[in-house]
Design a protein around this ligand. Structure first.
Ligand SMILES: Cc1cc2nc3c(=O)[nH]c(=O)nc-3n(C[C@H](O)[C@H](O)[C@H](O)COP(=O)(O)OP(=O)(O)OC[C@H]3O[C@@H](n4cnc5c(N)ncnc54)[C@H](O)[C@@H]3O)c2cc1C
Length: 555
């Protein structure tokens, strides 16, 4: 019997719009753009589609272009850039690089001022490094999202480019953009080869399968298979060198004007409220590859040893704080794991039995990152404002605007949640344990559409990453009790006291739940709000709502 059809929750805001669950299934199945892309990559350019010298594989390349995306902003260990450099050496042309700035993309995704600034500063440093190698980094802007292909094509035509190289981005819009590029570049008129590389992960998405051949969809078996794959073939961790320098004549000839182009200006909507805010964030997250590598060395030289026991203790601040560098590709995951391998005595066995607890535990987190990219390729609808488990799209969310405002401001009256939200506001970053708690509080305790929180994270985090963020926000039945979580993960209340100064002088366990653990008189003196919802009641309401709305959901 067919299940009953539920009304889909009407999105309150345009930015939360998404396709129907029926369409999502088509995108996961017959219309999967990743399948299409893989097919394009594996099939040779169609005859007649490539012009002149490129048609003949043996012919010499002319100028070769590497197109940096917002996820591979580095010259070191960049797969597509390295391949472009090698290709350029086969001919007499030069290696060129470009970055395509899309202000509409930033609006579309809600990218935060912190991430935009980090990206553009890293781009500026990258340009300096490349120009030192006589490689220009051309700064392009596509005012409209739809103009991206044409903008790249313009550069290609103007500078006699025979090959365009880039690294794959796994989200649906980006896959479709690249499919479009294949058509435009490889067409009769242009005949340019478009070469895509896997770069974001150690193990290519969708290659780890179950015994029956289907993709692994559960983390634990994925992690196990990943560990076996990497210890079985440590060359997966090998890095590639920075590109070869162009001849210095490139800087004075026809291509001269491509050098020294200013990096794009930060759009007004993405500027920090003040330069003081900008400088504070820049100090926390210094841009560029060298800064990222230094942070990596410091982490592996020290904190990694205590990572396993402290990873869920936010006051210890014991994690690497490298997420911004990974999400913008400012350092590569191979550089990170290559360094972890050295810490591990040269062994690529990162299992519990093959590595120190800290190293094994840290690598496991990086495998989560790999898993989320893998899952995006398995169920691409995940990048379209829809949950992986489509049944959750049938949940009717609440419209508690006061709860929403309090959540954003860190004034819910729940100290652990408020501390997390205030860390986010101050640092454009939040400890992982807090991300888990504040997301549970929003979509389960407040029963607000989880997509609103996901969007808020995009608008505030320096490390926003679509794959990690959407899958971190994936709804579930696990309702975190933020008081019990605080008692376990912040046993002395240090993290709470740091971020919620109203509670600095509250002694003992009252800091975890001051409203219930202090007298009314003591509480009233604090200038801290009472809890917006009762935890027990809201938990029951959530479980009941989820069960009821998903009971016969038929996505
Ligand atoms: C609701 C929610 C939203 C999140 N949004 C993002 C996001 O937008 N961008 C982002 O990079 N991470 C996100 N995460 C994952 C995680 O919280 C951060 O990667 C981590 O806190 C970054 O701190 P770190 O670099 O010190 O991590 P470390 O503990 O040092 O881990 C090393 C690296 O592993 C990866 N990693 C760690 N934890 C996870 C995880 N749970 N899932 C996937 N990758 C992980 C990151 O690249 C991280 O830099 C989210 C988690 C949740 C629960």
């Amino acid at each position: 019997m067919a299940g009953k059809k539920h009304e889909r929750t009407a999105s309150q805001e345009d930015v939360l719009k998404h396709p129907s669950t029926k369409r999502a299934k088509e995108i996961d199945g017959p219309d999967n753009p990743y399948d299409e892309l893989l097919e394009r990559i594996s099939s040779p350019p169609s005859s007649g589609a490539s012009a002149g010298d490129v048609k003949d594989g043996a012919a010499k390349p002319r100028n070769v272009l590497h197109w940096f995306r917002s996820k591979d902003l580095r010259a070191d260990d960049n797969r597509a850039l390295h391949a472009a450099s090698q290709k350029a050496r086969e001919g007499a042309g030069a290696l060129l690089a470009c970055f395509l700035f899309s202000p509409e993309d930033l609006e579309w995704h809600g990218t935060s001022p912190a991430r935009v600034d980090f990206m553009l500063e890293s781009l500026r440093l990258l340009q300096e490094q490349l120009e030192g190698l006589n490689i220009p980094l051309v700064q392009l802007t596509a005012e409209k999202r739809a103009d991206k292909g044409e903008t790249i094509l313009g550069l290609v035509r103007e500078h006699d480019v025979s090959h365009v190289f880039a690294n794959i981005e796994y989200e649906v819009d980006e896959l479709r953009r690249d499919l479009d590029l294949f058509e435009r570049l490889g067409g009769e008129e242009n005949g340019v080869q478009f070469v895509l590389h896997h770069d974001q992960t150690i193990v290519e998405p969708r290659t780890l399968t179950t015994g029956a051949g289907g993709p692994l969809k559960v983390f634990t078996p994925y992690h196990k298979a990943w560990l076996a794959e990497v210890s079985g073939d440590p060359s997966l961790l090998d890095t590639v060198p920075t590109p070869d320098a162009n001849d210095k004549s490139v800087k004075s000839g026809d291509l001269k004007k491509l050098f020294g182009q200013p990096v794009p200006k930060v759009p007004e909507s993405k500027q920090f409220p003040s330069t003081k805010d900008r400088d504070r964030i820049r100090k926390l997250w210094p841009a560029g590859h060298a800064a990222g590598m230094q942070r990596l060395r410091e982490f592996l030289g020290d904190k990694v040893q205590t990572y396993a026991q402290n990873r869920s203790t936010p006051a210890a601040d014991n994690s690497s704080r490298l997420s911004a560098y990974f999400s913008a590709g400012v350092i590569s995951v191979r550089e990170a794991l290559g360094a972890a391998r050295k810490t591990n005595g040269g062994s690529a066995d990162f299992s519990q039995s093959g590595a120190e607890a800290g190293v094994a535990s840290w690598v496991r987190e990086l495998v989560f990152r790999e898993f989320y990219r893998h899952m995006m390729a398995v169920t691409p609808h995940g990048s379209m404002n829809l949950p992986q488990n489509l049944k959750f799209d049938f949940v009717q969310w609440e419209a508690d605007d006061e709860g929403w405002r309090k959540w954003c401001a860190g004034t819910t009256g729940v100290p652990f949640v408020d501390a997390g939200m205030r860390q986010l506001a101050a640092e454009a970053y939040m400890h992982n344990r807090l991300r888990m708690n504040v997301s549970s509080y929003l979509s389960r305790s407040l029963l607000l559409d989880y997509r609103r929180g996901e969007r808020w994270f995009a608008e505030t985090l320096v490390d926003w990453d679509l794959c990690n963020n959407t899958q971190g926000w994936e709804p579930s039945y696990t309702v975190f009790n933020p008081v019990a979580q605080a008692e376990k993960c912040d046993p002395r209340g240090e993290y709470i006291r740091k971020w919620v100064p109203e509670l600095r002088d509250v002694e003992g366990k009252a800091v975890f739940d001051p409203y219930h653990r202090l007298s009314r008189e003591e509480f009233d003196k604090l200038d801290y709000p009472p809890p917006h919802v009762d935890f027990k009641e809201s938990k029951e309401r959530c479980i009941q709502r989820y069960k009821q709305d998903m009971a016969d959901a038929d996505p």
